[in-house]
Design a protein around this ligand. Structure first.
Ligand SMILES: Cc1cc2nc3c(=O)[nH]c(=O)nc-3n(C[C@H](O)[C@H](O)[C@H](O)COP(=O)(O)O)c2cc1C
Length: 208
């Protein structure tokens, strides 16, 4: 497929929204996809915005929910709280598309979904959650935060990383608005889609 084909987009709102969902789905499974690592923005208690790159772990088309993994002690978890505003920015330079997704985020630590995500995580991924003290703690020296006995090597088995489960959390972002931008020499295209209370998505073109 040439890059021209990759960039092609029908001038049709349904096709645009289908393109968004398809690319988000691919971004989960393809670790090399640019949208595999979007920027997730939250708002702190003082009203200040805060952004960070996160790995997109799952996307559920039916509920328009994105799943991310994080440390339960991380600043972003406090910022989201039980329910907080979230904005997720995805950009694929090859496809020349930017998705600006916004909605409401929640944190899950003790749900069956969190248990399942933990069970499916690799030993290396689980090792991240053994940091002590918590991520973001000031240190007098450059440190990974990992216990010395596990730093620099793959954990032997699940028992070794099991204490990390207490620090493992899901950040679930329920998307309510999708803003789409496609850059093209033939004319940029921009559209916004809002989820209506009945669950349907309504789109409108915008001037880019
Ligand atoms: C490529 C990349 C992927 C990352 N993936 C995650 C992730 O999936 N979850 C996460 O909590 N932090 C991830 N981080 C680290 C965050 O960007 C951030 O530095 C950290 O989570 C602390 O953010 P906070 O203090 O706002 O909670 C990633 C960073 C990079 C550069």
């Amino acid at each position: 497929m040439t890059s021209d084909n990759l960039e092609h987009l029908d001038d049709d709102l349904d096709s645009v929204l289908a393109d968004v969902w398809q690319r988000l789905g691919r971004a989960v499974s393809d670790r090399r996809a640019a949208m595999h690592t979007p920027v997730v923005a939250t708002i702190g208690p003082d009203g200040a915005p805060s952004q960070r790159v996160m790995v997109l772990r799952a996307f559920d088309r039916g509920t328009a929910t994105l799943r991310f993994h994080t440390d339960a002690r991380a600043a972003k978890v406090n910022q989201v709280g039980p329910s907080g505003p979230v904005s997720v920015l995805c950009y694929d330079p090859g496809a020349k598309r930017q998705f600006r997704l916004s909605g409401t985020a929640g944190i899950e630590t003790d749900t069956s979904a969190a248990d399942q995500a933990w069970a499916e995580a690799t030993l290396f991924a689980k090792r991240c959650y053994l940091a002590d003290p918590a991520p973001g703690t000031v240190s007098q020296t450059p440190v990974s935060g990992l216990p010395a006995n596990i730093e620099g090597r793959k954990p032997d088995d699940d028992d070794e990383v099991a204490p990390g489960r207490a620090n493992f959390a899901l950040l679930m972002a329920q998307i309510e608005t999708v803003e789409f931008l496609h850059l093209a020499h033939t004319g940029h295209r921009r559209a916004v889609f809002r989820k209506s209370p009945d669950g349907d998505w309504r789109g409108q073109w915008l001037v880019p």
